[in-house]
Ligand binder design. Structure first.
Ligand SMILES: Nc1ncnc2c1ncn2[C@@H]1O[C@H](COP(=O)(O)OP(=O)(O)OP(=O)(O)O)[C@@H](O)[C@H]1O
Ligand SMILES: [Mg+2]
Length: 354
């Protein structure tokens, strides 16, 4: 059913990461998606730690400044979470309709959630109806801790915005892929989003996420390894990693630190994919799409391809989006693309006017 008489409300998307907040606003036209606004602002390392907002004032102010800087007029805001406050599990439930499941989800989900059911918000997606005739169906169960949702909605409210949805990073990435890359029926595509503190891995089949896992590793591990090896501050190590500060004498150490952390990270990604494949007999992953700032690490893409024997490509969230009307600089878009996967996916969400 399409309620086309309802005007779809525009929303502005914020990917609130531990390293930076990304803002995207897009317009949906008959021809497709059009990029209206994009921006990014760094956060200090102690503002968000392990997916929890520690310094809400700084996050609020950064959000507010971003909105101001980019002249965003829309108030409805979409954002997302990732990491250990989010639990996503594929489970098997008795076959029933979506409405029936919506009514009984609290009961059905309880045994799968390691927190009291009253502490989480639950959502689900039915992956496939009763295919083998045994009266069961596969469901992707999503549970997000309420206190963490509250922390995120509060900073958004404090910044003068109206939080309408808190999504999950991997589902945002699924939406980003959907508008930029053709869906390949029957093929498993992996998405690996390497942030600063969290790497999320998911497998999408025919446009639906069928597996997801997050590991507490990302760009920070490279910085921390350098910090240890060279006995410098986090800030100095980060500057070296990003080549903001050149020092020939440390070039070798930089390369070897990057290499060892890349190897660890690749190993973790491979382990997750092997785990997925172990539970999906006869299946394979045909491609890995990388996103997140951590995917910019030199050599990581090749290393992952080599170690997993799966083709690895950088996902470009702006591939299918018209960025011409607002004169976004092509080089700037290319440079920024890895950071904007989640934000672009979030920006595709539309809401019926109330
Ligand atoms: N050119 C580069 N080379 C290597 N690493 C980079 C580069 N540019 C950015 N990074 C790293 O990418 C990370 C930031 O990526 P991203 O913006 O995706 O993270 P985030 O969304 O803020 O964090 P998270 O999702 O983990 O909370 C940082 O660790 C940063 O150092
Ligand atoms: Mg992120």
């Amino acid at each position: 059913m399409s309620l086309s008489f309802l005007r779809k409300r525009e929303a502005v998307a914020f990917d609130i990461g531990s390293n930076s907040i990304k803002l995207v606003q897009m317009n949906q036209t008959k021809k497709g998606w059009e990029l209206m606004k994009m921006g990014m602002a760094e956060l200090p390392p102690e503002a968000i730690v392990d997916g929890s907002i520690i310094d809400s004032m700084t996050v609020t102010n950064t959000l507010r400044d971003l909105v101001k800087e980019h002249g965003v007029k829309v108030k409805d805001a979409v954002s997302s979470l990732t990491g250990h406050s989010v639990i996503i599990k594929k489970v098997s439930f008795p076959a029933m309709t979506e409405d029936e499941l919506a009514d009984s989800i609290q009961w059905e989900a309880e045994q799968y959630i390691p927190f009291p059911i009253s502490d989480v918000n639950i959502d689900f997606q039915i992956l496939g109806a009763d295919t083998d005739g045994r009266g069961q169906m596969d469901v992707m169960l999503v549970a997000v801790k309420k206190d963490v949702i509250n922390d995120y909605t509060n900073v958004i409210k404090e910044a003068g915005l109206n939080p309408v949805v808190i999504d999950v990073d991997s589902f945002a990435l699924e939406n980003m892929m959907e508008i930029n890359y053709p869906v390949t029926p029957g093929e498993n595509i992996a998405m690996v989003n390497i942030g600063a503190s969290i790497t999320s891995i998911s497998v999408v089949m025919g446009g639906l996420t069928i597996f997801t896992r997050s590991i507490p590793m990302g760009g920070n591990q490279f910085t921390e390894e350098l910090q240890r090896q060279l006995n410098v501050s986090f800030k100095d190590a980060e500057d070296m990693k990003l080549h903001r500060k050149e020092s020939d004498s440390d070039a070798e150490q930089l390369a070897s630190s990057i290499d060892s952390v890349s190897t660890n990270l690749t190993f973790e990604v491979k382990r997750s994919l092997d785990f997925f494949l172990g539970g999906a007999q006869g299946s394979y992953v045909s491609k890995i799409y990388l996103s997140g700032g951590g995917s910019k690490v030199t050599g990581l893409q090749n290393l992952m391809q080599e170690k997993t024997s799966i083709p690895v490509e950088l996902a470009n969230p702006f591939k299918g989006i018209d960025a011409s009307s607002r004169h976004f600089d092509k080089d700037r878009l290319k440079e920024a693309a890895p950071f904007f996967g989640v934000a672009v996916g979030l920006a595709t969400r539309r809401f019926a006017d109330r």
